[in-house]
Design a protein around this ligand. Structure first.
Ligand code: GAR
Length: 202
């Protein structure tokens, strides 16, 4: 079958914390998936995701943002230096809590994905679950989108929805949305790696 033996795309995954989405992506990149994990990168040496990735034998890189202070371009240059030897084709942000500037994002146009815990375009930025509750929304969810220089913007590649109940708190919403994130992000990356960019609505 033409294309069956294509070289898998190489995926870099950026995390800042526990990395449960990264883990869901990695665990899905097996078998006939058109991509494989190349490196897990974090701005935080203590990120649980880094320890897990190491345990899986996946290359890891840590670039602490703190020594760079407000100098985002210098931080991003260090990220690029760390990434270069891993020659990634696709970059997935998975709970990476640093804002990236246009200087970093633009060269990755069309190849960088992010997961955000809201039904974008609603609730860009932080505290998405509390904001959905405050607004009285009856549904909430998560979005995977292509990254553009504007924060939590860019073409939507997929969304998963949950119902909001009267008893919900930001924590209960976060927990149920996270379950959906773990379904959505691997499904979107699987399609994206094989060239499919039409939105996936779960
Ligand atoms: C996830 O809920 C993700 O959507 C969110 O951080 C969490 C990371 O969890 N991302 C953002 O808020 C980005 N603006 P994880 O480390 O367990 O994947």
């Amino acid at each position: 079958m033409p294309g069956r033996w294509r070289v898998p795309k190489r995926v870099a995954i950026f995390v800042s914390g526990g990395g449960s989405n990264m883990r869901a992506l990695v665990e899905d990149m097996v078998g006939d998936h058109a991509a494989r994990p190349a490196v897990v990168v974090s701005n935080n040496a203590d990120a649980g995701g880094i320890a897990w990735a190491k345990g899986q034998g996946i290359a890891t890189e840590v670039v602490d943002h703190r020594p760079f202070g407000k100098d985002r371009p210098a931080f991003e240059a260090a990220l690029n230096t760390a990434l270069a030897p891993h020659t990634p084709d696709i970059l997935c942000l998975a709970g990476f809590m640093r804002v990236l500037t246009a200087g970093f994002v633009t060269p990755w146009a069309g190849r960088m994905l992010n997961i955000h815990p809201s039904l974008l375009p609603k609730y860009k930025g932080l505290h998405t679950h509390a904001r959905a509750l405050e607004a009285g929304d009856t549904e909430h969810g998560c979005t995977v989108h292509l990254v553009t220089p504007a924060l939590d913007d860019g073409p939507i590649l997929g969304q998963a929805r949950i119902a909001v109940h009267a008893f919900d708190t930001p924590d209960t919403l976060a927990a149920r949305v996270l379950v959906q994130e773990h379904r959505l992000y691997p499904a979107v990356l699987r399609r994206f790696a094989s060239g499919e960019t039409r939105p996936l609505m779960l």
